[in-house]
Write a protein that binds this ligand. Structure first.
Ligand SMILES: [Zn+2]
Ligand SMILES: [Zn+2]
Length: 234
């Protein structure tokens, strides 16, 4: 964890591109011209249920409609999970490239200002199981949440924990993902959550099964509003 913080500090203060760590950033940005040109963008208008693109005339996309809506109030995302973003998320999550946290978080904050709804009271990351956290050395969602807190001037709340080991969602199909998340999370510090607006953070929203399971636990802790923010919509 200390190594991750050192990396974050080093590159957050650096004047090299925060994606490729090679070229100089373009003016008023932390990213070089080549990286800017390679980053895919989500189109507007956006689906308020998942943060992804709208594919019809309704306010929710086809996937959210088929899911029967989402258990949270509002969701915001930054990138489609394609091209270089898919590669960056993979490096960030699995290969220790923690220097990407400030890059993603800056854009998540910007997207929240543009597409967000209401005023969250605190930022809560989706937790990793303690063993996976120990093996990986960091929780990518917590790194994003920490940086996001600084942008939004909010506190970080480590109120959710993994109650049991779960298979990696990325390896499962839609139905298996729902079952895999059943009773996977527990919430503590309910007195500090009751009646609050929580901004729940993860790297990617794919089927939304993980975020839905955490939202359900937050509801049981009497959280009034749950908003979701992710770096990418899968
Ligand atoms: Zn670059
Ligand atoms: Zn949607």
């Amino acid at each position: 964890m200390r190594a991750a913080v050192r990396l974050l500090t080093r590159f957050a203060l650096s004047d090299v591109c925060s994606v490729c760590l090679a070229a100089a950033p373009v003016a008023d940005s932390d990213v070089c011209a080549r990286c800017v040109s390679r980053l895919p963008a989500l189109p507007t208008p956006r689906c308020g249920c998942c943060g992804g693109p709208l594919d019809g005339v309704l306010n929710a996309c086809g996937e959210c409609l088929r899911a029967g809506g989402r258990p949270w109030e509002h969701a915001v995302s930054v990138f489609p999970l394609t091209g270089v973003v898919r590669e960056l998320v993979h490096r960030f999550k699995y290969q220790g490239h923690t220097y990407l946290a400030p890059f993603f978080a800056a854009r998540m904050a910007e997207s929240w200002h543009r597409h967000g709804c209401g005023a969250p009271d605190l930022v809560v990351p989706v937790p990793l199981h303690w063993f996976r956290h120990m093996c990986r050395g960091y929780n990518h969602a917590e790194l994003l949440a920490g940086c996001l807190c600084r942008h939004l001037g909010l506190d970080l709340g480590r109120h959710v924990r993994r109650r049991r080991w779960t298979a990696q969602q990325a390896l499962l199909d839609f139905t298996a993902r729902q079952g895999n998340m059943k009773d996977a999370f527990a919430v503590r510090g309910n007195d500090r959550l009751s009646g609050r607006h929580v901004l729940l953070v993860d790297d990617v929203l794919t089927t939304g099964a993980t975020l839905a399971a955490v939202t359900q636990q937050l509801r049981e802790a009497q959280v009034a509003t749950v908003s979701v923010i992710t770096a990418a919509r899968g």
